[in-house]
Design a protein around this ligand. Structure first.
Ligand code: S3P
Length: 442
């Protein structure tokens, strides 16, 4: 355990280098593995979650190497349906994305694969992925129904389905699409609420036949199975979900201004920018361009006076990972901020409604938590002087370290080791722009 205390920091200024997007990194490895030829990935996020995907794909017979000279990752693709049986358990650590997407991938292969993960991942629901995959013809062995460890009994004779998503989840959509890749016929997913479409963008970029249509029921994503995907070069842009911690720090600390270049601005991810703007946050997006089917741009965030807002449930999928850091902005805003329709936060890396409430309460910030909403009463300057229990959740740790930078008294975070899952250089990156952290071995 490494305990870190965040002390008052005068301001944050300069340029921050943010690592590659986690969602795109996982997908570049999986889709690269399904293509023919060598896929080269530049800017891959080298965090524990993504490295778990690298290990799992290697166990499934995919050759993945890093060229240490230039930092480029090279995936020797096996083609669609080309994975081989693993003789080891696939341990996906803390990563829900890795577990769920890979379960979809192996479901269309005629062998069994045992999936497991850490205690957080083993307590997250998997039935949302298992149910559609069962309808396609895959079978599963579970000791604790709907939770890891799970054995996937795959088949290369899956049937294409039309699935109307019950939960707006890019992970579920992507698991079905990856299963549909090696399934003869058209696999269709209908979304009532749009979610990030990195899988669709990358599949198109690798040559898949995929169309998106508006229907009465919602947006339909239709994939034609068994395409020949061709290896590609992928440039992974910076992760907005990681950048959000720096953006909020710049907005809440007087005198701050930070530039972050090359940030992924996928429409299914930018809810945090929209919300911060509504709160009065000064955000400039410059140099918007397209790269590998994704919109990217440079984000300049500066100190602003924030006011509380109501964040509607309809916006949740586009900022699902950003509520912990948004709750810090809300704590520093005048008035009330209400997050509506956020029960999904209860099944993330921790129960984020509970961990955020507990953390803010211990900083003397009044919070009202219901089953699916959170109301935060902002204060002038947060009190601090407390220790935050992260429950092993990386985004809770990073969010409260940001709050400590502006609090009257320092804020200690019980353990920062899980930050490795998404933003390994978070502490250094923050210190480079002005944060004051002290580390103690717990
Ligand atoms: C992700 C989708 C989101 C998000 C997760 C990454 C992805 O999950 O919370 O961190 O890469 O598809 P859901 O789509 O299940 O909400």
């Amino acid at each position: 355990m490494i305990t870190v205390t965040s002390h008052f920091s005068e301001k944050v200024v300069g340029e921050a280098l943010i690592p590659g997007d986690k969602s795109i990194s996982h997908r570049s490895l999986m889709i690269g593995a399904s293509a023919i030829g060598e896929t080269k990935v530049k800017g891959l996020l080298e965090s524990d979650d993504v490295i778990a995907t690298v290990h799992a794909l290697r166990c499934l017979g995919v050759d993945i190497e890093k060229d240490e000279k230039n930092g480029v990752w090279i995936i020797s693709g096996r083609g669609v349906g080309g994975l081989s049986q693993s003789n080891k358990i696939l341990d996906l650590g803390n990563s829900g994305t890795a577990a769920r997407l890979l379960m979809g991938m192996v479901a269309s292969h005629p062998f069994s694969t045992l999936f497991s993960g850490d205690s957080s991942l083993c307590s997250r629901p998997m039935d949302r992925v298992l149910n559609p995959l069962k309808r396609m013809g895959a079978q599963f062995g579970e000791l604790n129904i709907g939770y890891l460890p799970i054995t996937v009994f795959g088949t290369d004779l899956l049937k294409p389905i039309t699935e109307v998503l019950k939960t707006p989840s890019a992970q579920v959509k992507s698991a079905i699409l990856l299963a549909g890749l090696n399934t003869i016929g058209k696999t269709t997913i209908i979304e009532k609420q749009s979610t990030r479409d990195h899988t669709e963008n990358m599949l198109l970029d690798f040559g898949a036949e995929l169309v998106v249509e508006e229907t009465e029921e919602g947006k339909a994503v239709i994939l034609t199975g068994q395409p020949e995907l061709l290896a590609n070069n992928v440039y992974v842009p910076a992760d907005l979900s990681s950048a959000a911690f720096i953006i909020v720090a710049a907005i809440i600390i007087p005198g701050s201004s930070v530039l972050i270049r090359n940030v992924c601005l996928n429409d299914g991810r930018t809810g945090i920018l929209e919300t911060l703007r509504e709160m009065g946050g000064k955000l400039e997006i410059q140099n918007i361009r397209e790269s590998g089917g994704e919109r990217v741009g440079d984000v300049l965030a500066s100190y602003s006076n924030l006011s509380g807002v109501t964040v509607p449930a309809s916006r949740a999928p586009s900022m699902i990972d950003e509520y912990p850091i948004l709750s810090i902005a809300a704590a520093c805003a005048s008035g009330k901020t209400i997050f509506e329709g956020v029960s999904e936060l209860r099944v993330k890396e921790s129960d984020r409604l509970a961990t955020v409430s507990l953390g803010l309460n211990s900083c003397n910030i009044k919070v009202l938590e219901t089953e699916d909403s959170l109301t935060i009463n902002g204060v002038d300057v947060p009190e601090g002087g407390c220790k935050i229990m992260t429950n092993g959740d990386h985004r809770i740790a990073m969010a409260f370290l940001v709050l400590g930078m502006i609090a009257k008294k320092p804020i200690t975070v019980d353990d920062v080791s899980m930050i490795e899952t998404s933003f390994p250089k978070f502490l250094d990156t923050m210190e480079n722009i002005g944060a004051k952290f002290s580390r103690e071995k717990g």
